[in-house]
Write a protein that binds this ligand. Structure first.
Ligand SMILES: [Mg+2]
Length: 318
């Protein structure tokens, strides 16, 4: 397949056709229409083979995850995903690999009504860069800077699962088969919390998606909001698979420091707690209150009412 065959074959897997896309792939630029009441949220993520996913990751999972991590960033702002551009660099491209990649990517794109509107193809070490754009009602974005003293801190889903799956792949640690499957799915096919996030507009005061570990990502909210927090370690949501596979201390370490969970961390005023519970029930999505925003300007961890001394560090690229 030559360059144009590859692009055409990849795009043939697309099923979504949005009415706001005036011109999609195939010209020098794409053209989209934005309703006057809306703003566009834009995010970009690069996934490099051997850095952001293990070298033996399936093409389906690479395609899926490259989009999922970008949708997670849109979710963190409360935006509704709409369009995406896709840059693929690969040493060579086999037809079956390309088709698997397309299936992983477009299955998720279809689920969230996202249209691919352009891209780029180059030869080199395997990496994928996506730019995703979403719509958000003017002035309603969930930023990192709105947390107020007294707000409750919530996280969705469970934490630490993806980090344990990565350890399993890299160090072959012993994990029983049924747990292994669950943990690897959490690593390779994270569920972006798009639907929950949209409903948090007007309720949450701040939000972030957890890509580099709860401690690091919550710290970004605290820094931008100029506040501190107290987190009760015993309230951290740990999956049964994580608890069965490692010690409690290790599970806590992974929940605080492990990356790749793509769950949401958000703050709400205590007065919104009942409304949040209703939304969580409607969305059938669990989220747990893990602590509260304080004046202190730092992140304090407590276990059983005493300071927790576990190690904290988030994932850093440099
Ligand atoms: Mg993010």
């Amino acid at each position: 397949m030559n360059e144009f065959d590859i692009i055409q074959h990849f795009c043939s897997f697309q099923t979504i056709k949005r009415s706001d896309v005036i011109l999609g792939s195939g010209d020098d630029c794409a053209i989209i229409t934005v309703p006057p009441t809306q703003q566009v949220a834009i995010t970009m993520d690069t996934l490099i083979a051997g850095v952001h996913f293990p070298l033996n990751t399936s093409a389906y999972d690479i395609g899926y995850k490259s989009l999922a991590v970008n949708l997670s960033d849109l979710a963190a702002m409360g935006a509704e995903p709409a369009w995406v551009t896709f840059a693929l660099t690969a040493p060579h491209i086999e037809k079956s690999w390309l088709e698997e990649l397309a299936c992983g990517f477009f299955n998720l794109a279809t689920a969230y009504n996202v249209q691919l509107i352009g891209g780029d193809l180059t030869r080199g070490p395997l990496s994928i860069t996506l730019q995703a754009q979403g719509l958000i009602t003017k002035g309603k974005a969930l930023t990192r800077s709105g947390a107020k003293v007294g707000d409750l801190i919530y996280v969705s889903g469970t934490l630490g699962d993806a980090a344990l799956a990565l350890e399993y792949l890299q160090k072959s640690i012993n994990i029983k088969l049924s747990n292994r499957e669950y943990l690897l799915t959490k690593l390779n096919r994270p569920q972006p919390q798009v639907n929950l996030a949209k409903k948090l507009q007007g309720i949450a005061t701040a939000a972030i998606d957890i890509s580099d570990g709860l401690a690091a990502d919550l710290s970004h909210i605290l820094e931008k909001s100029q506040v501190g927090a107290i987190v009760d370690i015993q309230q951290l949501p740990l999956s049964p698979a994580l608890r069965e596979s490692v010690s409690l201390e290790k599970a806590i370490y992974l929940a605080l420091n492990g990356g790749d969970d793509y769950e949401l961390c958000f703050t709400i005023p205590p007065s919104q707690k009942a409304l949040l519970e209703t939304i969580l029930a409607e969305e059938n999505t669990p989220a747990y209150c893990i602590g509260q925003v304080t004046h202190s300007m730092h992140l304090a961890l407590e276990f059983n009412g005493t300071p927790y001394k576990g190690l904290i560090h988030g994932y850093q690229h440099f």
